[in-house]
Design a protein around this ligand. Sequence first.
Ligand SMILES: *[C@@H]1O[C@H](CO)[C@@H](O)[C@H](O)[C@H]1NC(C)=O
Ligand SMILES: *[C@@H]1O[C@H](CO)[C@@H](O)[C@H](O)[C@H]1NC(C)=O
Ligand SMILES: *[C@@H]1O[C@H](CO)[C@@H](O)[C@H](O)[C@H]1NC(C)=O
Ligand SMILES: *[C@@H]1O[C@H](CO)[C@@H](O)[C@H](O)[C@H]1NC(C)=O
Ligand SMILES: *[C@@H]1O[C@H](CO)[C@@H](O)[C@H](O)[C@H]1NC(C)=O
Ligand SMILES: *[C@@H]1O[C@H](CO)[C@@H](O)[C@H](O)[C@H]1NC(C)=O
Ligand SMILES: *[C@@H]1O[C@H](CO)[C@@H](O)[C@H](O)[C@H]1NC(C)=O
Ligand SMILES: *[C@@H]1O[C@H](CO)[C@@H](O)[C@H](O)[C@H]1NC(C)=O
Ligand SMILES: *[C@@H]1O[C@H](CO)[C@@H](O)[C@H](O)[C@H]1NC(C)=O
Ligand SMILES: *[C@@H]1O[C@H](CO)[C@@H](O)[C@H](O)[C@H]1NC(C)=O
Ligand SMILES: *[C@@H]1O[C@H](CO)[C@@H](O)[C@H](O)[C@H]1NC(C)=O
Ligand SMILES: *[C@@H]1O[C@H](CO)[C@@H](O)[C@H](O)[C@H]1NC(C)=O
Length: 725
Amino acid sequence: MRLSIILSLASAGSAAASDFLSGIPTVPFTKSPSGGIFALKETRAIVVNSEYANSSDNRGTTLIPPTLHAFASTFAADLNSYLDRQHGAVGVGVDVGSMEEHDSKYIFLTIGNASDFLDAAGRETSEGYTLEVTATGVTITGASPLGVWWGTRSLLQQAALNNGQIPLGSGTDAPGWGIRGVMLDAGRHYYPASFLKEMCAYLSFYKQNTFHVHLSDNLYNNVDVYSREQQLDLYAAFRLLSSDPAVAGLNKRANESYTRDIFDDIQSECAARGVTIVPELEMPGHALVISQWKPELGIDTDISLLNITNPDTIPTGETIWNTFLPWFHSKTVHIGADEYVDASLTKDALVSEYNTFVNAINGFMASAANKSIRIWGTFPPSTNYTNNIATNVSIQHWEFYEDNPYFDYIKNGYDVLNSDDAFYIVNKYSGSYPQQLNITRVFHGAPDGGPYAPNIFDTSNSTNNPARDEPRVLGHIAALWNDYGPNATVYSEAYYAWRDGLPALADKQWGGELVEDEYYTIFDTLHAAIPGQNLDQTIASQSATILSYSFDHQPHLPTIQDTSGNNYNGKTNCRITSGALELTPTCSLTTPLSSKGRNYTLSFSIFPTSQKTPGVIFSGPESALLAGNGTVSNVTLIASGNPYTLNYTLPLNIWSQVSLSGQGDATFFKVQSDSSSAATEMQFLTKVGIDGETFVWREIAVEAPLAEIGGGEFEGLVKDVRLTG
Ligand SMILES: *[C@@H]1O[C@H](CO)[C@@H](O)[C@H](O)[C@H]1NC(C)=O
Ligand SMILES: *[C@@H]1O[C@H](CO)[C@@H](O)[C@H](O)[C@H]1NC(C)=O
Ligand SMILES: *[C@@H]1O[C@H](CO)[C@@H](O)[C@H](O)[C@H]1NC(C)=O
Ligand SMILES: *[C@@H]1O[C@H](CO)[C@@H](O)[C@H](O)[C@H]1NC(C)=O
Ligand SMILES: *[C@@H]1O[C@H](CO)[C@@H](O)[C@H](O)[C@H]1NC(C)=O
Ligand SMILES: *[C@@H]1O[C@H](CO)[C@@H](O)[C@H](O)[C@H]1NC(C)=O
Ligand SMILES: *[C@@H]1O[C@H](CO)[C@@H](O)[C@H](O)[C@H]1NC(C)=O
Ligand SMILES: *[C@@H]1O[C@H](CO)[C@@H](O)[C@H](O)[C@H]1NC(C)=O
Ligand SMILES: *[C@@H]1O[C@H](CO)[C@@H](O)[C@H](O)[C@H]1NC(C)=O
Ligand SMILES: *[C@@H]1O[C@H](CO)[C@@H](O)[C@H](O)[C@H]1NC(C)=O
Ligand SMILES: *[C@@H]1O[C@H](CO)[C@@H](O)[C@H](O)[C@H]1NC(C)=O
Ligand SMILES: *[C@@H]1O[C@H](CO)[C@@H](O)[C@H](O)[C@H]1NC(C)=O
């Protein structure tokens, strides 16, 4: 008897371990032995258990957790957009009630007992959920509303992968670790709020719950080679913009900043999809923006390092945090505290200063706002110091030359978040880091060649890695840095650096079972199903031709007919002259489109008639194509606030056939001005400045500008506008 129980437990155990639905992450699930499916398109209602409709849960990392009803509403919008795309409009609503009132074709959302959901360390997690699929409906029971939300992601993924059909059966799922996501360097490169919000939608689909945003920093890595005057002028940015007189003058880049309203909107939209924004304001290193504001605080040789001994330094840090703390809706904020040096001090004096700073801000944060702080692993504790950093400060490890996360921190009672540079990306160019997430490392990054996991700090030496169930491992964050500043990349290139690999890593951050071959077979389908974002900037189209304006025959002016079959008709107040659009500074053509991402060709014919008034040919929210910028006549693309200029000017008073083409990471410009000569192909490039000392030319990937033709100072004719994808 006893033996048979053990045997049946063992076999149940192994069956459970190998039973899961393919997905990102995979979903533990046992299919009903009798088979069968539930077709999502038959859903009549999403029913929220009235007992929990208004409940929210405070165990997560956010201070603004959505209610179950709020998550259900976001889910309903996602579901309807999925059903609309796949099966024609249906319009599933959210009801509040009980399961009994809705006995057929429902998706029932409710809350269960958290003790049913355990993380990798065997502790209760509020992010777990059970998915139960029967012929009459689906029940998602979460440990909290957030757990339910992750269950809805599983449901949408399964629908996408199985043509809307969910197999009957059930499974219980929970993340191994509580912090899963990415860090984006928005200090050295600005990103619009819309981009951050779309990134949250993207992260959320793969059950990542954390978006750490690095909000202040500066160029370069060698500030000390510059004179004090030059240091005061180097690129530095603080992205939060407040009108509080206490920080007047700190932010000098109002058009590349987040106001409180904007930052609130980012945080709440991300929270609505289960993603917490963790803000980072960097001090006392990487703090040039602060010493450009208060030059007396900088260390004399390198003012990007604040002099902690200066009696005004810690109070200045507190003033800044005091101003912005009310803006932040996460329980933990990040104070940076990365890469601090002061060559005038001995190592022990330096670390002692550093510890004083971190402990002071930690104490301040706890008393001012009851918040915890996180720092980058920098100076591990040691018996040399009487003021080691308090153990309630969590450590974000990034490099073994800074610390040994296991032996220095975990074994000394600190919680550690894994951001080891095994998954660092430096955008566009780097002497040491890649520009894309390394997928091989995701699936084979453990020292034994097995899959990566948040407890793997060291990909080659397992002695440095705690066990998978080590409770002090908080999770994993993949970081993307913009060391080469604001003009090395356009906004979307941060997304593309992650696009193909991050979902795989999300599986490992959760604790999924996905294997590499399977990843490649499901990636495209799932990618196309991510709700709430269009980071690829795709445009729906019936064929490869997305837009076609010929101007030859336009009987319905001011409407310009799109002959692609997509009916993306434009509107113009310009004259049509001999089958061409006549652009003047007082007219333009507007289209219903905005931008087109990779891969595209935008072709047109152009006949510029004046060089006195160069200007915009095409423009959209992401970019603009200019026949000169008012000073030089060179063809220029403007994107993310930066100009990318060709060594080329369009000839006057003749027709040129032009194509602007985005292919993968690169953007090309092809022109033929004389039908007897060959076309010339050029490439838009960015001149990447490396610490102000050297330069490299690199490709740049700019979206096609489509919202408007003309509308600036350009004068001339345009015809045969065609966009293909
Ligand atoms: C939830 O809260 C709203 C507004 O506070 C209230 O109108 C509604 O009756 C509540 N619903 C339930 C099921 O408690
Ligand atoms: C949850 O389950 C545990 C263990 O089964 C039990 O002790 C506890 O009372 C339950 N809590 C609730 C709220 O039902
Ligand atoms: C830091 O400030 C202290 C006190 O104001 C001063 O004595 C010291 O020289 C400064 N150190 C550096 C490296 O600027
Ligand atoms: C502690 O001090 C000793 C003696 O100055 C030094 O050799 C050692 O490197 C110091 N340890 C740390 C962790 O800084
Ligand atoms: C990717 O990671 C694998 C495994 O760690 C490593 O062998 C390989 O060199 C990495 N590739 C790149 C381009 O860094
Ligand atoms: C592996 O890590 C341990 C602990 O840090 C260290 O003592 C050992 O030297 C490392 N082994 C190798 C081959 O680097
Ligand atoms: C046009 O571009 C040139 C070269 O990059 C630059 O020097 C000039 O300031 C720009 N003019 C305007 C009006 O932006
Ligand atoms: C913000 O303004 C500066 C200064 O006018 C300009 O150089 C930059 O391109 C603008 N940024 C954006 C994103 O438009
Ligand atoms: C323009 O010409 C210069 C000098 O030949 C060259 O270094 C640069 O790369 C060219 N720019 C582009 C965008 O091709
Ligand atoms: C404009 O193009 C010319 C070559 O036609 C080149 O010499 C010049 O450097 C370019 N200007 C800029 C700002 O790139
Ligand atoms: C664009 O084309 C490149 C090949 O040039 C391909 O590798 C890439 O996957 C395509 N990107 C998209 C978003 O379709
Ligand atoms: C980008 O910035 C660097 C300075 O870091 C500058 O030297 C370079 O000309 C800029 N490149 C472009 C394309 O504007």
